[in-house]
Design a protein around this ligand. Structure first.
Ligand code: SAM
Length: 213
């Protein structure tokens, strides 16, 4: 994603009621924060947030937290939610490497990863959001029956992700496809992300996997 420094983005984000400024203080208290015991689903690398907000509108009984590290990207999501507020959505402007500092063990029920940056150089493999390093972080915060759902059009990143799951003694691959939009079972109820729409309209097949422990 090409990034522009957008003047005023930091200010909009720090003043939005939907962006949590000190998420570390809520570690272990997220249900208290939402005021219910509903499951918590997070999207890591949410971009402009359309996927998360569509899901939240469909599922008011689930709490959603969108995570994005750049204010310039998060700004668009904040503008959208300010126009059309949703009680069950909040955003965090953080690097996902800090997830275990923000969520306690068993606090998150599902993690969505959509069109994560591929980091094609081998020396950057640790930065991929499906690397063993990130899988270990997800393991620290997910409930026992929690799962991750990952979509991408990047075949190499998808192969890498399958290999990371297979190499792990902890994670189990529940389902996978390299052509989501032509897989009636896995595509049922699919909500498209901004990147998914862009790449599938160019004819790129979309890959998806679901993994749990
Ligand atoms: N998920 C959206 C979609 O499918 O349309 C956006 C995909 S975009 C390619 C990937 C996003 O993930 C970018 O906005 C990027 O800033 C964010 N991202 C990448 N690594 C991240 C990290 N470690 N922590 C938080 N956000 C991250």
């Amino acid at each position: 994603m090409r990034l522009r420094n957008i003047p005023g983005a930091d200010e909009v984000i720090s003043n939005s009621a939907f962006c949590i400024q000190n998420p570390i203080e809520l570690k272990g208290k997220w249900h208290e924060f939402f005021g219910n015991t509903n499951p918590i689903h997070i999207e890591v690398g949410m971009g402009k947030g359309r996927f998360l907000m569509d899901l939240a509108r469909q599922n008011p009984q689930i709490n959603y937290i969108g995570i994005e590290r750049y204010t310039s990207v998060l700004l668009r999501a904040v503008q959208k939610i300010d126009e059309d507020p949703l009680d069950n959505v909040h955003f965090l402007c953080i690097d996902a490497a800090t997830l275990p500092e923000i969520f306690d063990h068993n606090e998150v029920d599902r993690i969505y990863l959509n069109f994560s940056d591929p980091w094609p150089k081998d020396r950057h493999a640790k930065r991929r959001l499906t690397s063993r390093e990130f899988l270990a972080r997800y393991n620290e915060i997910l409930t026992a029956d929690g799962r991750i759902e990952f979509k991408t059009d990047n075949q190499d990143l998808f192969t890498f992700s399958l290999e990371e799951i297979e190499a792990s003694e902890l994670w189990h691959l529940d389902a996978s496809t390299r052509d989501l939009h032509h897989d009636p079972k896995m595509n049922q109820g699919n909500i498209m992300t901004e990147y998914e729409e862009k790449f599938s309209s160019k004819g790129n097949p979309i890959c998806k996997l679901i993994a749990s422990r």
